[in-house]
Every structure is written in C-alpha cells, then in structure tokens.
Design a protein around this ligand. Sequence first.
Ligand code: NI
Ligand code: MN
Length: 227
Amino acid sequence: MKITYLGHSAVLVEASSHNILFDPFLTGNPVATAKASEVPADAILLTHGHGDHIGDTVDIAKRTGATVVTVFELAAWLANQGVRTHGLHLGGAHEFEFGRVKLTLAFHGSGIETPDGIIYGGNPAGILFQAEGKTIYHAGDTALFGDMKIIGELNDIDVALLPIGDNFTMGPDDAVLAAKWLRAKKVIPIHYNTFGLIAQDVNAYVHALEGVGITGVPLGIGESLTI
Ligand code: NI
Ligand code: MN
C-alpha cells in the first residue's frame, strides 16, 4: 500500500488496485502541486465539511465517478451537488471493494461553508481505513481525546496521519501523546505549514516521537511511504 502526501490533510492511498483520496484540498492550497483535474480517484474519503478538507471533492468526484464516503449529513449535501455518495456515521464501518472504512470520533466542527453562510455538516470524524492487511488512521481535524487509547487498543495501526498544526487542531505536544495512545507504528504529520498560522517545526515533532519509541515520517509534498 502506497501513501502519498498531497499537502495539508490531503493524501492519496493506492491499495487493492484502487486510488483512494482523503480530504482532497488542492485548488487554493498554497502547498499542493497535484491538480484536481488530474488526480486519480476511485473513492474519496472525507473527514468533515470544512473547506480545507472538502476542497475539490465535487469536481474530482464528477470527473472520475468516485464514490464519496463520509458522515451522513455531509454525504447528503454532496449528493445534492450531483456526487455519488455513501453515508456512514460515527462508529459505523462498511466493507467496500477498495477496503474497509470505519468512522471514529473527532473533536472539531464540521460546518459547510457556502455562499449563503455556514450550514450544518454533521459531526466531524476520523477515518480508519483497512486494506491489504494494513490499517491507516486519518485523524482528520481534532483535539487530543482520551478515547484514542481505545482506538489504539482495538486496532493495530500501521500508520497514523495526525494533525500537528495547532490553533485549529492538536499541536505537536498533544500529537505526540496521541501517537502514543494510538500505539501507532508510524506517524505521518499533517495539517501544518500550509499557511503561517499552522507553521510547525516538523523535525522537532519527529524527534519528540522518537522519545516515545514511535517513527515519524514527515513526507514532503508528493512524497510517498509504502507499507
Ligand atoms: Ni476543520
Ligand atoms: Mn482543517
């Protein structure tokens, strides 16, 4: 399974001969180099309704025919935009052709920004994705929360994608605790350095992870980790 970092929280996972996109915010993303008009997708997994996560979802889904998997309320809104969707809800899992998706808790907001104001997008989520015997946990945007210990007890997490940017999500100190509680084998830091407000020293974070025996893998834009 190959995990490619597209910048911010956007990740492309190639598994079981499918391309699975997470939170594809590319257009208007100051660090992204992948183009919404070119990126492959058989499925799009969305953690929540904020613009820096929905991103190009509607355009990519329409171009590729990808099914968008996310929380029910956000799925319903996207279906109204003419996109094929599959709604789940927190704690629910479903086995897809491309792998198994389970939504977990995330402590954050999920309002959808529209020209008419912010509308309700349901709960924000984290995503557990399993395929080819591997488990990836994409935390979405979240604060640190104690139930990460339970997620770690119940799942053998090969790679956790954890936000470290602070301000809107966990900062680096909390993200070290998160990695420890999740018992993640490897951590790919996300949601940092996209813009000044969430600038972080990723090497300091990786060093702090080493201190608790966890391998940090800070991917540059377009770089991949194969597990
Ligand atoms: Ni957010
Ligand atoms: Mn965000």
